[in-house]
Design a protein around this ligand. Structure first.
Ligand SMILES: *[C@@H]1O[C@H](CO)[C@@H](O)[C@H](O)[C@H]1NC(C)=O
Length: 314
């Protein structure tokens, strides 16, 4: 090496050699240990996505403080990013704690390998695992859909207002009989969900627990806290919906539209993008009409609107 060599050029040469060697190593792994390679590349990709996501979140937060705007004033994609990131952080807490030195570090890897669904955030799932796990999670929340309908129907029997009682009964019979209800029918009974007997504050505790499970929130907490948390998550969802309406459903990519439906209670992994769009438009029609005090109807609609979509017997 002559003394004239530019240090920058030298660094670039070293980096390119390193990249070359790394590429060779990876293709060696891919050929020799294909299963390990899949794990390895999923991990590396996961870390890269996580890192760029963290940078993106920092940028959004910085922008928020510079422009003095709140969460609910953000554009849809940024709002959704932030919401998802918060959830991922909460999920990452146990593995983060386990990784602190006094605990066995290798154990963490073994646990991650054995329980990827429970312990890893979605960045570290292979594409096959993604659809598999989304299906499992949907299966878990779907278990409570019939209970929610039963409890709704029971409450309906004791309504004093005859007109509302009839409308509500009709709605329950329709959904329990396998049909997909219209949004107008849901809006017609909205007053029941803002006070007695179906508002989040008045609902029976077993119904609050079931709705928590529909939103993928743990039901094993004190009742007061469950109601408060359900309310705040639903209001957040409503903010997202308003931002989405501004953006326009047709502006979403295939993957985004599927995920948006999934978050709102629908088993969307096997639906076509146009079917998802159609459903999401119906959802927005409802959600953007409702006031904060009526979010209980939004929670119930995650069940009412998704139970029979497309499987409906007309
Ligand atoms: C979701 O829908 C697909 C296709 O309709 C079905 O095969 C799958 O079992 C459903 N998943 C759950 C958990 O209901």
């Amino acid at each position: 090496l002559s003394s004239k060599t530019n240090p920058k050029a030298l660094l670039a040469a070293v980096m390119s050699q390193f990249k070359y060697a790394n590429g060779k190593y990876e293709s060696f792994l891919e050929r020799t240990f294909p299963r390990f390679y899949l794990l390895y590349s999923t991990f590396m990709k996961g870390f890269r996505t996580l890192f760029s996501e963290a940078k993106e979140i920092r940028r959004i937060k910085l922008n928020m403080s510079l422009q003095k705007i709140d969460f609910h004033q953000l554009p849809y994609r940024e709002m959704e990013r932030l919401r998802q990131f918060r959830r991922d952080l909460i999920k990452a807490i146990p593995i983060g704690l386990l990784s602190i030195p006094p605990f066995a570090n290798y154990l963490v890897f073994v646990l991650m390998y054995l329980f990827p669904r429970q312990l890893l955030i979605r960045h570290f799932w292979t594409p096959k695992q993604q659809s598999e796990f989304l299906n499992i999670y949907h299966g878990m929340r779907r278990e409570v859909y019939p209970d929610i309908m039963d409890s709704l129907e029971q409450v309906t029997r004791f309504l004093a207002d005859q007109k509302l009682r009839n409308q509500m009964q009709e709605l329950c019979i329709k959904v329990q009989g396998g049909s997909h209800p219209e949004v107008a029918k849901l809006l017609a009974v909205r007053s029941l969900f803002s006070g007695h007997p179906l508002s989040l504050q008045r609902l029976r505790i077993c119904q609050v627990k079931a709705l928590s499970r529909v939103l993928f929130l743990t039901p094993h907490l004190p009742s007061l806290f469950l109601r408060y948390r359900l309310q705040s998550h639903l209001v957040e969802l409503q903010h997202l919906d308003r931002a989405l309406l501004k953006l326009g459903v047709s502006d979403l990519s295939e993957e985004e539209v599927k995920m948006a439906c999934y978050v709102r209670g629908l088993n969307s992994t096997h639906l076509s993008p146009s079917e998802c769009q159609k459903w999401l438009k119906q959802w927005l029609q409802l959600s953007c009409e409702l006031k904060d005090s009526e979010v209980s109807l939004l929670a119930h609609s995650m069940v009412l609107l998704s139970t029979n979509y497309l499987g409906a017997k007309e």
